[in-house]
Design a protein around this ligand. Structure first.
Ligand code: WT7
Length: 677
């Protein structure tokens, strides 16, 4: 990529990306699609809201059928399918046993090539989930409504743990395996978990990495915060063998594989829970420092994950479906575990990185397992395109359907995905959504609308977006004018609240364009996504990026404030400012600016300390591209750090008019430091 391309800001991308041509899905794809009836959009129109979502709820088995589709009495905390009771583990496992017990629920691919793929049948899954649920209940005392934090890599024991919680009606909170022990501990504490489930070690990039050490740190952080952790359950990467160095703590740490011996063959009746009981928490970054626990429901969430998996992912029972995301993110929850399993599909679970041992690994797995639905993110597509543009052609696989998710995809990258990975045959969906939304918001329905590179597409059935300007006026639909994209109506997959912080939930997502805070009518409560977007005359939405202090790194959100607070842990640092800088592979990465307390000299060791503090507080995913030590920050007269100016410097853009700053002379000094003379 040339220097010039790297200069482009998100808002400019929209301007620079021209209108793209359409790519129609193949007749072969249309002929087999789950949804090829354009009437679906009428069925899911606002006139038929909210009853249209019965169609999704009816994909599930209910222990008690619901009486009220949508209860808005506690607006904007929406309740879906009220009166209904169901169990997620039953819906994802038990109900498939009669016809499909021998079918693979998961096909687990370990990273080392010498360890062959393992098929976990629905029967295996049933046995293992029951035994682990019995252990959680009888050994740990976990019961309905309790929170269990799970900090694990991509191994079958992760969904087994999640489904065991769901079987008991307990609320799981999965922390991305790559996050630090401290990040895990903060989530343990915020969620009030007294059980933490981890694994001793896992493979990544050819190395067996210690993971248990993070549990010790997590417990320490949680305990310091006043949250006791009674039990740490440690799965072993190789059952019966401990692959970590960290000692086990007597009376606190237990090897799951030892305990399970007492639970062989045990069965736990799935606990039917009210539809609006929480199924899980998923923490995500926001505008303030502290990550927030997005609380997802049981009935609404599962119905929405199942419905969108069926119609947008086009999953059929006979497909081999591979979503290369991590289960530690919402994508993995909805589209590796819950959606596919609710439909009785076979979902591939890959432990490692798709470039190990070489850039052909993803396509080798696709060939070996005969994968026909493939799901990944632009950052991975860019990486695979760079590392091995000709690799896909060497393998014999055939995708009917491919997904891109997490950030805008550049049309050139889209074309490589389409032409080279999909061989011009696979239908692509560019799915726009968020941790909060539980499932897709915008995407083409793959058999119904043509693809358009760089655009997420129209809204999916039952989602009705609206774009507002800063003053709350609706931007003319289809005008290609950018604004703040909101969703007019609630939908079953939407999160219910921020765990323990309803005020923050209302403030951050609903206050901005709310007509009347007393209103119980959903029409008064548009959901603020926090993204800027524009709609083309054909109704397709192009997502332009975040409007808040959030950096989308490789398709995952990191709060600038979170990273800044990590920098401030370093004793020498007086002030820190974090801005997004364009990156060829990851989309955006943080650039860090720090100024030092008086009496300290800048030097390499400070940069090292800052990086270590970020690794330690958040994880390597937040690693900055650069750490600049500056004499001072550009500030307004009221003392606010002008991040915009720093971002412009990082991205080689025009800093604009800085004459009104308190210290305009610093801008050029910082610029020289970053860009050279
Ligand atoms: C943010 C949500 C959705 C699961 C993965 C990320 C950006 C997401 C797209 C897309 C353009 C996208 C948005 C959104 N985003 N998908 N297809 N095109 N931008 O979940 O970490 O909650 O991040 O990712 O900015 O708000 P997340």
């Amino acid at each position: 990529m040339s220097e010039k391309n790297l200069e482009v800001s998100e808002a400019q991308i929209a301007v620079h990306w021209q209108e793209e041509e359409y790519f129609p899905p193949s007749t072969e794809f249309i002929a087999q699609a789950n949804m090829a009836d354009a009437g679906v959009f009428d069925r899911f129109s606002l006139d038929n809201f909210p009853n249209c979502f019965k169609e999704y709820a009816d994909l599930l088995d209910w222990d008690e059928y619901w009486h009220t589709t949508l209860d808005t009495s506690d607006a904007p905390c929406w309740k879906w399918f009220v009166g209904g009771k169901l169990n997620v583990s039953y819906n994802c496992i038990d109900r498939h046993l009669e016809k499909n017990q021998n079918k693979a629920a998961f096909i687990y691919v370990p990273e080392p090539v010498e360890e062959p793929p393992v098929a976990i049948t629905y029967r295996d899954l049933y046995n293992r989930v029951n035994e682990f649920a019995a252990l959680l209940r009888d050994f740990c005392g976990v019961k309905q409504g309790d929170r269990v934090t799970i900090h694990m890599p991509m191994v079958p024991e992760l969904p087994i743990t999640m489904l065991a919680c769901a079987r008991l009606g307990a609320i799981h909170s999965v922390v991305f395996g790559g996050f630090s022990g401290k990040a895990s501990g903060e989530r343990v504490s915020d969620s009030g978990s007294n059980v933490l489930v981890v694994m001793d070690a896992y493979y990544r990039g050819g190395k067996l990495l210690e993971h248990k050490d993070k549990a010790d740190q997590a417990v320490k952080v949680a305990t310091d915060d006043g949250q006791e952790v009674d039990k740490v359950l440690v799965w072993q990467r190789y059952p019966g063998k401990y692959s970590a160095e960290t000692p086990m703590v007597e009376g606190r740490d237990y090897f799951v594989n030892d305990l399970l011996k007492d639970y062989t063959g045990k069965r736990v009746d799935p606990v039917p829970v009210p539809a609006e009981d929480p199924l899980f928490l998923m923490y995500t970054s926001g505008t303030t420092g502290r990550p927030k626990g997005c609380q997802h429901s049981t009935g609404g969430y599962l119905a929405y994950a199942a419905g969108t998996s069926k119609y947008v992912q086009d999953i059929h029972p006979e497909d081999v479906y591979w979503c290369m995301a991590d289960i530690g993110w919402i994508t993995g929850h909805s589209y590796i575990v819950y959606g596919p399993l609710a439909l009785g599909a076979s979902s591939v679970l890959f432990e490692g990185v798709p470039t190990f041992p070489d850039a052909g690994r993803a396509w080798q797995i696709a060939e070996q397992l005969n994968v026909n639905i493939f799901h990944t993110a632009p950052t991975t597509i860019r990486m695979l395109r760079k590392a091995g543009p000709d690799e896909p052609a060497k393998y014999n696989y055939k995708f009917k359907h491919m997904t891109t998710v997490g950030e805008p995809i550049e049309p050139a990258v889209w074309r490589w995905y389409y032409d080279v990975v999909g061989r011009g045959e696979a239908a692509i969906v560019d799915t726009w959504w968020q941790t909060e939304t539980g499932g897709f918001l915008c995407s083409t329905l793959p058999a119904l609308s043509p693809m358009k590179p760089g655009s997420a597409g129209p809204a999916v059935p039952g989602i009705h977006p609206i774009i507002y300007d800063e003053d709350g006026n609706e931007v003319t639909p289809g005008s290609n004018i950018a604004g703040n994209i909101c969703i007019q109506n609630p939908w079953p997959g939407a999160f219910q609240t921020i765990w323990g912080d309803r005020d923050r939930y209302v403030k951050q997502y609903y206050e901005r364009y709310c007509a009347n805070p007393e209103s119980k009518d959903w029409r008064d409560w548009p959901y603020l996504t926090g993204d800027a977007a524009m709609q083309a005359p054909d109704g397709y939405f192009r997502i332009l990026g975040r409007i808040d202090d959030v950096i989308n790194v490789s398709g995952h959100r990191l709060g600038t404030k979170e990273i800044e607070s990590a920098c401030l842990i370093v004793n020498e640092v007086a002030e820190a400012s974090v801005v997004p800088v364009n990156d060829e592979l990851k989309g955006k990465v943080p650039d860090v600016y720090v100024s030092l307390k008086p009496g300290f000299d800048s030097g390499k060791e400070i940069q090292t300390k800052v990086i270590a503090a970020i690794d330690d507080s958040i994880g390597k995913i937040a690693r900055p591209k650069n750490v600049y030590i500056v004499p001072d920050m550009p500030k307004t007269r009221s003392g606010k750090i002008m991040r915009r100016v720093l971002a412009a410097i990082s991205n080689n853009q025009d800093v604009g008019d800085v004459t009104t700053l308190a210290n305009p002379e610093i801008v050029d000094e910082v610029r020289k430091l970053v860009q050279g003379e």
